[in-house]
Design a protein around this ligand. Structure first.
Ligand code: MLT
Length: 242
């Protein structure tokens, strides 16, 4: 049995992965994927990703106990409880809460992937766990695997590419075959794993975040294989339930 793994380098191409019927691993290292994972690990009940601020405010009006989180231009929108810094998603703020979440690029990549049979969120923190879980599900369901890289405003981004390489590194290579983009991502990751933070700091979005005072978020997001939890996106909700 061979599971093929491909990489869609920009979010707009999520539809190709959906059309192939693949399990999709959505990546937005800086910062939405890392924020969602950290929030769920710290006890949030669920994230509800939405495209626009308008939808977020509307959902919050219908469910006043839910929290609003996310960013526009990197900053917390008006009236929101939390921004998009993974460090903000601390247990005392979010335990047991459902969080309406909207960001510029990350939630868009998720929504573009939502018709896939199975959608999981990959980050550096849970890279190996995501590889194992994706491989297990793909083998059981007899489907292939695609990465969808959220990037920054529709453009390719280095940090998401390196993260796909970190996850590819966790696959057992006997039963999994990589496309050329997959091999390229793995080579890039292998080359940078010893100085991961230094490599990620070359990325445009990392530099922007550092300039805005969010360097600690970049540091936090570059921890490799520190968590085993895997977020699943199903029926418009992101939870740790498979
Ligand atoms: C996004 O989803 O657009 C990013 O996470 C942006 C950010 O770093 O706040």
């Amino acid at each position: 049995l061979v599971i093929m793994v491909d990489v869609e380098l920009i979010a707009k191409d999520a539809k190709r992965a959906v059309a192939r019927g693949d399990l999709i691993i959505v990546i937005d290292v800086l910062r939405s994927g890392t924020s969602i994972l950290n929030g769920l690990v710290n006890g949030a009940e669920a994230f509800v990703p939405v495209r626009s601020l308008k939808e977020a405010y509307e959902l919050h009006r219908q469910h006043p106990r839910w929290l609003l989180a996310g960013e526009r231009g990197g900053n917390k929108p008006k009236g929101f409880d939390l921004g998009n810094s993974p460090l903000e998603f601390a247990r005392e703020k979010i335990e047991g809460k459902t969080i309406v979440f909207t960001t510029t690029s990350g939630t868009l990549a998720l929504i573009k992937s939502e018709c896939a049979k199975c959608v999981v969120i990959g980050t550096f923190l849970n890279a190996q766990a995501v590889a194992q879980k994706a491989e297990e599900i793909a083998a059981k369901e007899k489907i292939d695997i695609s990465f969808v890289l959220a990037g920054e405003r529709g453009k390719f981004s280095l940090e998401d590419f390196l993260c796909s390489g970190a996850i590819l590194d966790g696959f057992t290579q006997e039963s999994v075959g990589f496309s050329d983009k997959g091999h390229a991502a793995l080579l890039a990751f292998t080359q940078s794993r010893k100085g991961l933070l230094r490599s990620v700091m070359r990325a445009e979005h990392a530099k922007t975040l550092a300039r805005m005072g969010f360097k600690a978020d970049v540091h936090f997001s570059c921890q490799l294989n520190t968590l085993r939890e895997v977020p699943f996106y199903m029926d418009r909700l992101i939870t740790l339930r498979e």
